[in-house]
Write a protein that binds this ligand. Structure first.
Ligand code: FMN
Length: 149
């Protein structure tokens, strides 16, 4: 049976949701099933399937709106995530000192809770990258090859 990828979206203004939906299309085209969480919640995200987390940084290095409560719940409830394999696309803008901090904070938290990174975190610089979707799709191959083998 095809693996189901849980896609968790952290967006405030929509850029990251668009990026995540492009990655969802790519996953479907390469034989995966997906579940798209535009407002992730601990109760709804499966704990026995890989997580692909697409997360923007806002404020001064804070989690984007749609995923802030989810991250807060992870931090306070500290569920055991040993069964989770994950990868992170961190979206930001390099003109900020806190470039992609939400993504790197999420990475630290997931590792603390026992989750296993499948590949290195990707940072997307929305100020300098003319083709963020293309960059992310190229990186996605490293994620998918783990589950295709
Ligand atoms: C008010 C504001 C604060 C931001 N703060 C940061 C930041 O601290 N670090 C960073 O890397 N990017 C920061 N950004 C850039 C956003 O991450 C970038 O615009 C991204 O595309 C927003 O994604 P979204 O449309 O999915 O919310 C900020 C953007 C705004 C509008």
């Amino acid at each position: 049976m095809a693996k189901t990828i849980e896609i968790l979206v952290g967006t405030t203004a929509g850029n990251t949701e668009f990026l995540a939906s492009e990655l969802e299309n790519e996953l479907k085209q390469t034989g995966f099933q997906t579940r798209f969480h535009d407002l992730p919640s601990l109760a709804e995200v499966a704990h026995d399937q890989p997580w692909l987390i697409c997360i923007a940084t806002h404020g001064a290095g804070e989690y984007a709106e749609s995923i802030a409560a989810f991250m807060e719940h992870l931090a306070t409830q500290q569920p055991n995530l040993h069964a989770i394999q994950y990868a992170i696309v961190a979206v930001g803008d390099s003109s900020y000192d806190t470039f992609c901090k939400a993504g790197t904070d999420a990475d630290t938290l997931l590792k603390f809770l026992g989750a296993k990174p499948v590949t290195e975190l990707l940072t997307i610089d929305m100020m300098l990258d003319p083709e963020p979707e293309r960059t992310a799709k190229e990186w996605l191959k490293k994620f998918t090859q783990v589950f295709h083998s």
